[in-house]
Design a protein around this ligand. Structure first.
Ligand code: ATP
Ligand code: MG
Length: 229
């Protein structure tokens, strides 16, 4: 059974189009070391979400390879894949349930596991400040929370599964600069514990990334750190 080790990601000569005549990802190669923090930026339509979809196995590339710790993506058992990969989607789906249930998601996690994940995602404090703490109903779609708080809660939910690789698709909606800073700090605090691949709409969110990839029409146009770009 193919297992995932430490969460290194290798992408080799990857090409993909939703229809074969219009390629969206062109011959893309990228090596992401285990435990590193990679940011992906690029203007709208540049292929960021498509690349993420390929990494998540939602689609299969027409050519090229993706490997995790040297194992081809399609050879990893579904259960292993799901337990090792965490996703923070652009618009996290929140249940009309308590903060705790929204992190647990029916996995039967202990209070310690819930709180550890919430602390790592920097949402422990705002949850405690809610009128009933972790037991507070968040309302339909998390109506009680700001966009940034929803994203933090979604990070906690993903972290609670103890993934080795965490993908984050940053919310496009407006978030206030204080929350933005908190998301940025939450990502920085994860450094080294998980391979973090964050699609960002604001360069500031990933300013501390080890490496920033700039996508342009499905190709890597630039690669470097925040200062270099
Ligand atoms: P954004 O910043 O707006 O989220 P993005 O970089 O994530 O953009 P993608 O969503 O990956 O860009 O889109 C890349 C290209 O693929 C675009 O031309 C888009 O229209 C096209 N595309 C995206 N999803 C699909 C789909 N499901 N079917 C067909 N074409 C798609
Ligand atoms: Mg996108």
């Amino acid at each position: 059974q193919a297992r995932i080790g430490n969460g290194a990601v290798q992408i080799c000569d990857l090409s993909f189009g939703y229809s074969p005549e219009t390629p969206v990802i062109h011959d893309l190669s990228l090596q992401i070391p285990a435990g590193s923090f990679y940011g992906v930026v690029g203007h709208t339509g540049s292929g960021k979400s498509t690349l993420l979809s390929l990494l998540l196995r939602f689609y299969t590339a027409q050519s090229g390879r993706i490997e995790i710790d040297g194992v081809a993506l399609n050879e990893i058992a579904e259960e292993t894949f799901r337990s090792q990969i965490g996703l923070v989607p652009q618009d996290p789906f929140l249940l009309a349930a308590s903060a705790r249930e929204n992190i647990d998601m029916g996995r039967g996690l202990s209070d310690i596991e819930i709180e550890t994940a919430a602390k790592a995602a920097r949402c422990h404090d705002f949850i405690l400040a809610l009128e009933q703490g972790y037991a507070t109903p968040l309302g339909e779609g998390g109506a009680k929370l700001s966009v940034g708080q929803k994203q933090l809660l979604a990070i906690a939910r993903a972290l609670a599964g103890k993934p080795r690789i965490l993908f984050l698709d940053e919310a496009t909606a407006h978030i206030d600069s204080e929350t933005e800073q908190i998301v940025q700090q939450a990502l920085n605090a994860l450094r080294g514990n998980v391979t973090l691949i964050a699609i960002a709409h604001r360069l500031s969110t990933i300013r501390d990334a080890d490496r920033i990839i700039v996508l342009n029409h499905g190709r890597i146009a630039e690669e470097g750190n925040h200062e270099g770009l």
